[in-house]
Design a protein. Structure first.
Length: 90
């Protein structure tokens, strides 16, 4: 259908706060075929996000997004003009 949007992939990042655990971040992906897959989880207590945790979280999320995009779509300039068996996306 023209104009219909179909989700192919979802990255969900949730941040929780509670007195018994401090701060907790969960990251997971939902693929087109369903089912959530854990990307990682991180916890810390105290004010501010520890720099090593922020660096690790950033690297992991960038890695997950990059892996999905490159695996699914490839990189312009490195692909043949058309993929065999792939319909024109537009």
């Amino acid at each position: 259908m023209i104009g219909m949007k179909v989700v192919q992939w979802t990255l969900d990042v949730s941040v929780f706060h509670g007195p018994e655990f401090g701060h907790r971040i969960y990251a997971r992906v939902l693929g087109q075929h369903g089912g959530w897959h854990d990307v990682g989880h991180w916890t810390w207590k105290g004010l501010g996000v520890p720099e090593p945790l922020l660096t690790e979280l950033n690297a992991r999320l960038v890695s997950v997004i990059t892996e999905h995009l490159v695996t699914r779509y490839g990189v312009q300039g490195e692909l043949p003009t058309r993929w065999a068996g792939e319909p024109d996306p537009f």
